[in-house]
Design a protein around this ligand. Structure first.
Ligand SMILES: [Mg+2]
Length: 319
């Protein structure tokens, strides 16, 4: 750990350095004034001060700027605020010490320096600093992990698009927004035609690849950042379209149908075509207190059922 000694007296600096290095603290820097200390701490430069200094021993009585004022200046810098400062003072003057503590000093030692006292204070402060650094590090790791978890918990592991949970949250949020703003909200519910036959004949691994390609094609068809595609169930997908009326939702559904078919993923066992296709159901509502959001999903599901029933590979719109 690195220690900075700030003292205008050379003999004091050398004494402190010798006591510390004899005790195993080899990494010691020295400054003969507050200004020299600021320079070592990077406070003069244009960039944010950053320091590898773990502890500052700061003499109180110095010409130009005294240690108490220097302590205040160091503690006023955000990135240096947590560097512990131990005041070194010849006078055991309670008024001065109170000022030093007010400025953020953590402890003090008196001159002439007593070796046992110095090492005990330094050791305990460095231990505290170490513990604080470790906790900060753990906190940073936890925050990063939490953020990652939040992202992951919103995504479907196989296809990489939003999962059902994220859909539920988004749909709920958009419904409430629609209630407030009285904008139409549209849903497209869609599933892959004859997907069970695809899996049975090509195997589950090929089935997974197919799901991923379909998810990609649907994602590519969406144009606005507010539109969301999610994996709804096994081979079912749902698209949430805020502020979208029935006509525009139907146009987008047809666009999605074409995009997926144009992927030309061979499907020799489909009842709809020779390639992988979608059936799609569209429903639109202006959210109101007299309607339940689940009703919009049911309406899209009914339209999807009609699309299936009438031959698959088509869009049906709920009326
Ligand atoms: Mg002095």
């Amino acid at each position: 750990m690195k220690i900075l000694i700030v003292d205008d007296s050379e003999s004091s600096r050398l004494l402190l350095e010798r006591l510390l290095s004899n005790a195993g603290y080899a990494d010691v820097e020295m400054a003969d004034s507050a200004a020299a200390a600021f320079q070592k701490l990077g406070m003069d430069g244009p960039s944010t001060p950053s320091t590898e200094i773990d502890l500052i021993l700061l003499d109180i009585v110095m010409p130009e700027m005294d240690g108490i004022e220097a302590c205040g200046k160091i503690k006023a810098v955000d990135s240096l605020r947590d560097v512990p400062v131990i005041m070194v003072t010849a006078k055991k003057d309670d008024g001065n010490l109170q000022r030093a503590f007010d400025m953020g000093a953590i402890d003090y030692i008196t001159k002439p320096v007593n070796k046992v006292e110095l090492l005990a204070r330094v050791r305990s402060v460095l231990k505290l600093k170490n513990e604080m650094d470790r906790r900060m590090e753990v906190t940073r790791h936890l925050e990063a992990a939490n953020h990652q978890l939040q992202l992951l918990s919103a995504l479907d592991g196989l296809t990489g698009i939003a999962n059902r949970r994220h859909f539920d949250q988004t749909f709920d949020k958009e419904w409430r927004r629609g209630l407030r703003d009285e904008f139409p909200l549209s849903l497209i519910l869609t599933d892959i035609d004859s997907f069970k036959a695809y899996n049975d004949n090509y195997g589950h691994q090929a089935g997974d690849v197919c799901l991923k390609r379909v998810a990609d094609a649907i994602s590519a068809a969406l144009k606005r950042p507010g539109d969301l595609v999610a994996r709804y169930g096994g081979e079912e997908f749902v698209v949430v379209l805020p502020e979208t009326d029935k006509n525009n939702a139907a146009i987008l559904a047809e666009d999605i149908r074409k995009k997926v078919a144009s992927q030309k993923i061979p499907h020799g066992f489909s009842k709809a075509a020779e390639v992988v296709t979608l059936s799609l159901g569209v429903a639109t509502a202006i959210p109101s207190r007299s309607h339940k959001p689940a009703g919009l999903i049911e309406a899209a599901d009914t339209a999807l059922y009609q699309a299936k029933h009438e031959g698959r590979n088509q869009v049906r719109v709920s009326h």
